[in-house]
Design a protein around this ligand. Sequence first.
Ligand code: ZN
Length: 295
Amino acid sequence: MPPVPSAVPADAPSAPRLADVLAALDALWPPERAEQWDAVGTVCGDPGATVTRVLFAVDPVQEIADEAVQLGAELIVTHHPLYLRGTTTVAASTFKGRVVHTLIKHDIALHVAHTNADTADPGVSDALAGALDLRVVRPLVPDPTDPAGRRGLGRICELDRPATLRDFAARVAHRLPGTAQGIRIAGDPDAPVRTIAVSGGSGDGLFDQVRAAGVDAFLTADLRHHPVSEATQQTALGLVDAAHWATEWPWCEQAAAQLDEISDRHGWDLRVHVSKTVTDPWSAHHSSDSSGAPN
Ligand SMILES: [Zn+2]
């Protein structure tokens, strides 16, 4: 008897199971490469469920859970963990519990790639450098277990042509997504800049490595008074401080493109989205009157 023709050709794209997508994500950002204190991996989700849409975002907050519901996504991948320090309740009376309830009610899985994505090749700081058209030379803090010397924290980069610190900051302001904070500079705005260390997210624990690298400038987020004051007193290092969310958001686009490519290779029927919702917690900014010194 001849085979009965199927309505669906054998090579037609089919939606993957969550377990298949998670295996692909773990291959990109192996969870064992996360820092000891971190909480990466799958927060909720049924491995056997089908996934047709994925939403990438920086923060696992309620706005992102609601966006996934609107989109019909069955998987959210975020950079930041929902529960970094563990919990004893997911009651919907807590804001994180409300996120969990929204996700489970709508069959949406949540997966986190945090410090394992920071140090990956390509990682969070490669995406930041790419958004700014910087040429990546090497990691700022190389991962000693990577013989190729490409993985690690932060990146040392070069500008295509020399600019002033002020020009570079203007490029950062123009290329990264807009936030209330905007961009702050420490150091001489007219100093020439050619080599730059970049680190997506909070980077003021990296000043020793930045100084040792001998770069002209350092772009990161969450810079505080004392480390900045000391760094600018000690050397002519220029500092560019952007919003934490803005420095990590380019990773969402990079990660989405990586999953898209994997999906094509497997012949998956999967749509990959990047959230454009600004989840940086700062909501407004006023420049103070710089001519008004204290009386
Ligand atoms: Zn972060």
